[in-house]
Ligand binder design. Structure first.
Ligand SMILES: NC(=O)c1ccc[n+]([C@@H]2O[C@H](COP(=O)([O-])OP(=O)(O)OC[C@H]3O[C@@H](n4cnc5c(N)ncnc54)[C@H](O)[C@@H]3O)[C@@H](O)[C@H]2O)c1
Length: 416
């Protein structure tokens, strides 16, 4: 049996570990967080898409979480899935990638394949990871060990696309490196697509996220002026979406959230600016428009209150759904936070409900979920749907709320 160590057991690394262990690999999940490792080894999941039962079944197949880097010295493949948050400078903070690369260097055996999956700017694999992995041993990338980049495409909460049926891109340092990484992924992914090198694979990931970012900004900007012009943007998108070629529908909303869409395009913009000296204008514009959406939502709430001869100050506003995506608990970069902060800043009495969140952390305070959704709906002056979780009865909410403002366009309420 071949062995793989997956470094970082979060939203990306844990589902990968699950896929590999069920494909017959001996899997070590290496992480720096001891409490997380202990929880995983006792059969407890911390990721939405994996249940405790999934973890137990992984353990039955031989999966082990560990903080001991010695696992790397037993491994034929080492995959890096550590976080790459946004640094103060605007580029990715590569601290965890650097740490993981040094850990690999001190433990790597000859003939292994090292793969970076963390999202980052083009050139990271060759310019940052390779020198660090080579630094504490006599091994050379491309000859003594294989090195590749393979971007993660996980979509938490997605019921249709998972690791198996989402094509996987792979760009190795050499053809041999690419082939080694392709062999690993082919054991559990239906379609693995080789690219000519790590930079192409790194940039493909950033193109995917920038494409989404820009198109969301396009419909967000259109939503604003269509509202002013009395045109239903949702019907416009539905109409345009009937074209079977050359169009892909995106929908407006209260802003973009999560780790990827609001952050990753910055990596590319940062690199273009620092290396070439000019801006990546699409990214900057998309950022500006998408960042303006929470303010726009609050402005629309103020107008709805105005229609009732009320002010924002003192009004009861109930926010429904505060996660950045439907049907998951992940709150990272959720636009619900600036919406709440802006409303609180104007003196509104803000409460929230979310089936996946009990305590919601804002800048200077924590809010606790309303104990009874029905009572909260009766009491609120305006109910704002920010995230349309599947479990919400939108028809029932619409008929019970005094004013129902639906920023997701999913109901008969007043739409964005
Ligand atoms: N979450 C997503 O939907 C998603 C999708 C595509 C790509 N990505 C990318 O994948 C990467 C990982 O993201 P994530 O969402 O899984 O992050 P995460 O925060 O859920 O998990 C990262 C894990 O890495 C561990 N870690 C940090 N430094 C470490 C180190 N030096 N050694 C070992 N473990 C370490 C942390 O303890 C944590 O458990 C990021 O670059 C992200 O941009 C994420």
């Amino acid at each position: 049996m071949s062995t793989v160590t997956i470094i970082g057991q979060g939203y990306v690394g844990l589902p990968l570990a699950q896929a590999a262990v069920h494909a017959g690999w001996q899997v070590y999940g290496l992480d720096v967080t001891q409490t997380l490792v202990d929880a995983l080894n006792s059969g407890t999941s911390h990721v939405d898409d994996l249940s405790d039962e999934d973890i137990r079944s992984m353990l039955d197949k031989g999966y082990r979480a560990t903080t001991d880097p010695a696992a790397i010295s037993e491994s034929d493949v080492v995959v890096v899935c550590v976080p790459t948050p946004l640094a103060e400078s605007g580029g990715p903070d590569l601290t965890a990638v650097r740490q993981a690369s040094s850990t690999i260097s001190a433990n790597l055996k000859s003939g292994s394949t090292v793969i970076l999956e963390s999202t980052t700017y083009p050139g990271t694999t060759e310019d940052v990871v390779v020198p660090l992995v080579e630094s504490q041993n006599d091994l050379k990338a491309g000859s003594d060990f294989a090195m590749a980049f393979s971007p993660e495409r996980i979509n938490p909460g997605d019921q249709n696309y998972g690791i198996k049926n989402t094509p996987k891109l792979v760009g190795g340092l050499t053809d041999h490196c690419t082939q080694s990484a392709v062999r690993f992924y082919s054991s559990f992914v239906d379609e693995v697509v080789p690219l000519s090198g790590p930079k192409e694979a790194e940039t493909a990931k950033l193109l995917e996220n920038t494409f989404r970012h820009v198109n969301i900004a396009l419909v967000n900007e259109m939503a604003k002026f269509c509202h002013e012009m009395g045109i239903d943007i949702w019907e416009v998108i539905r109409g345009a979406g009937t074209k079977p070629f050359g169009f892909m529908p995106f929908t407006p909303g209260p802003g973009v959230g999560g780790h990827c869409i609001p952050i990753d395009p910055n990596y590319l913009a940062y690199q273009v600016k620092s290396e070439l000296g000019y801006p990546f204008r699409f990214v900057e514009l998309a950022q500006e428009i998408n960042n303006s959406m929470p303010e726009y939502v609050v402005d629309r709430v103020a107008r709805l209150l105005n229609d009732q001869e009320r002010s924002v100050k003192g009004s009861k506003i109930l926010l429904l759904g505060v996660t950045y995506k439907p049907d998951i608990a992940d709150q990272r970069e959720s636009p619900a936070v600036p919406v709440a902060e802006l409303l609180l800043g104007r003196g509104a009495r803000v409460s929230f409900h979310d089936p996946h969140v009990t305590t919601w952390r804002l800048e200077n305070q924590d809010l606790t979920v309303v104990p009874d959704l029905g009572v909260a709906l009766d009491e609120a002056d305006v109910v704002v749907l920010l995230q349309a979780h599947r479990s919400y009865d939108l028809q029932g909410i619409h008929s019970r709320a005094k004013v129902f403002f639906d920023t997701r366009g999913k109901s008969e309420g007043i739409k964005l």
